[in-house]
Design a binder for this molecule. Structure first.
Ligand SMILES: [Zn+2]
Length: 342
């Protein structure tokens, strides 16, 4: 198959056509084929598509894996985006007429083992995507409702999230969390480090003023710390303090985890439904957990947890390192949009 080495596919409106499997579905601008007979054994979800070089047999695309009949090595350039505008829209926001990349997109450059594990458990890419998208919708709903409840705004609480929201209300009262109404969903920009993001809330707890980020996960993942450190970094800048008219300097940050679940009255295992998927968890040994059909599920109850992460020096450092890597990863498009010099 020496005749196809170094063959180059140009840009085509329907995506380049793969000569091997005749599929047209690649959302890739350019494929360089330069070597033969390589294997690919890894699989990756859409959001963690970082590979510049994909080894043969499979080419990643938005909905999973496209199979070729012949194994080749592809170098994929200009991956994923068909034009600079699409890149800008996906990766960032225009703030006062200038474009900045978003913190959460920058952090996509970091691997997410828990997410990889979830994709693995789900078995198929499509079903994982479906659950992921649906739970993202649920997460958005929780954010919207909780952010209103937090500042005493009237809002209808959907039945599906009542347990979470009521527990949140009790928790916030008990812990005397003050949410500053003027700082809900605030857009922040770092002029110095050129990124943007949206902060869920600024709050005062126990006399300290800080960033409060809401998560609807079962655990605290370390990338949350990078995300909130980036917000702290932006909010430490003089321009931002003035623009938002901050009453004082940011002193700390918290993650507020909001979730709901049912507990088994017999074995205390928990049942959580997210994105249409039921998940049973237990810390006990298998012999001390009921059989799948024998649990006696109690009422839906909220599960709220607040954690403070007062030290952010190393997280800020790590975020900026991630950003440098992200810039390297996307240097082609970042040059196209004028974010990086040509
Ligand atoms: Zn049980």
């Amino acid at each position: 198959m020496g005749d196809v080495s170094r063959r180059r596919y140009g840009q085509a409106t329907a995506g380049p056509l793969c000569l091997f499997c005749t599929k047209r579905d690649f959302s890739l601008d350019l494929l360089d084929i330069f070597s033969e007979h390589s294997w690919l054994t890894k699989s990756t979800p859409q959001d963690t598509l970082y590979y510049k070089t994909v080894y043969g047999l499979f080419v990643y695309w938005g909905f999973g894996v496209v199979q070729c009949n012949i194994r080749y090595t592809f170098t994929i350039r200009n991956m994923w985006y068909s034009n600079p505008e699409q890149f800008k829209e996906t990766m960032g926001h225009d703030r006062d007429g200038r474009w900045f990349p978003r913190v959460t997109k920058i952090l996509d450059v970091k691997s997410k083992p828990a997410l990889d594990m979830f994709f693995k458990e789900m078995g198929s890419y499509e079903s994982a995507e479906e659950v992921k998208n649906k739970s993202a919708e649920e997460g958005t709903l929780i954010h919207e409702v909780v952010q209103k409840v937090a500042i005493g705004e009237k809002v209808e609480i959907p039945e599906t999230i009542k347990a979470s929201v009521h527990s949140f209300q009790e928790f916030a009262e008990e812990r005397k969390i003050h949410f500053h109404p003027e700082y809900i969903e605030s857009a922040v920009i770092s002029e110095r480090n050129r990124f943007t993001g949206t902060v869920d809330a600024l709050a005062t707890i126990g006399g300290k003023f800080g960033v409060l980020d809401i998560k609807t996960s079962t655990g605290f993942f370390r990338e949350y710390n990078l995300q909130t450190a980036a917000y702290v970094l932006a909010l430490q800048e003089e321009e931002m303090k003035q623009k938002l008219n901050l009453p004082k300097d940011i002193e700390t940050r918290w993650i507020l985890r909001i979730n709901q679940q049912k507990a088994c009255t017999i074995c205390r295992a928990t049942l959580r439904e997210k994105g249409g998927r039921k998940k049973i968890r237990s810390g006990r040994k298998p012999e001390n957990i009921c059989a799948d059909t024998e649990h006696e599920w109690g009422d839906m109850a909220g599960d709220i947890e607040l954690k403070e992460f007062p030290y952010f020096f190393y997280d800020i450092k790590a975020f900026l390192a991630a950003k440098a890597l992200w810039e390297w990863e996307h240097s082609y498009w970042l040059r196209q949009v004028g974010y990086l010099g040509k």
